[in-house]
Ligand binder design. Sequence first.
Ligand SMILES: *Cc1c(COP(=O)(O)O)cnc(C)c1O
Length: 246
Amino acid sequence: MSEEIGQHLREINNRIMQACSKSGRSSDSVKLLLATKTVPADRIRVALEAGYTLIAENKVQELKEKYDALKTIPHENHFIGHLQTNKIKDLLKYEVTCIQSMDRLELAEKLHQRLLLENRQMDVLIQVNTSGEESKFGVLPEGAMELIEKVSRLDTLHIKGLMTIGLLSAETEKVRACFHLLKSLQQQISAAAIPGVTMQELSMGMSGDLETAIEEGATIVRVGTAIFGQRPTPDSYYWDESTKVK
Ligand SMILES: *Cc1c(COP(=O)(O)O)cnc(C)c1O
């Protein structure tokens, strides 16, 4: 098991390095985040022990289930799933340093209130729906600036950039258009110089499209399948608004 995961991690690293060199970027300008939904803690441990320490879950329940098994190994947790407001309190128990899936004002306000109570702060990325697919979460591109202005006034939240899930398609140019859109939003928002908002992170690219994302400027790629293998649960369970979320 650990050999297989180690091998996959090396392959992903090579893909990242090649994509960086192709686009004239230094390889330390892209961070690898391990998307660990459905992956048992013992397999995640293997990756952490190999030195890959940035991981993310999509559901608070999974964060909770794996927490004890992983807490003895140094690592950083981000959150990349659709977050329901009634799960905020629970999520804050598990040392998440960045919520990449901030996509609506109601969520930001509730999170802010809870953080105030706990006297804490949180980094967030704004998730943008760049593919136009109704089933995907994320603020629409035309609403991103307004959401960011409003969220920026909540002083427990620090906006560090943008996140997107690209179109799941074999047509690279259509996928590229999603990433390109996120990059151009990043530039527009940077230019607006909103107090308290920085735009250094662009979280985009997954197992199938990380090269394209890096060419378009990704600073974080989120990889699951290419490291841990196929998941038993379809992604619609995590991504689709029409799927009943527990
Ligand atoms: C599952 C997931 C990923 C990783 O997808 P793979 O195709 O398995 O690499 C990335 N981002 C989000 C938000 C995810 O839910």
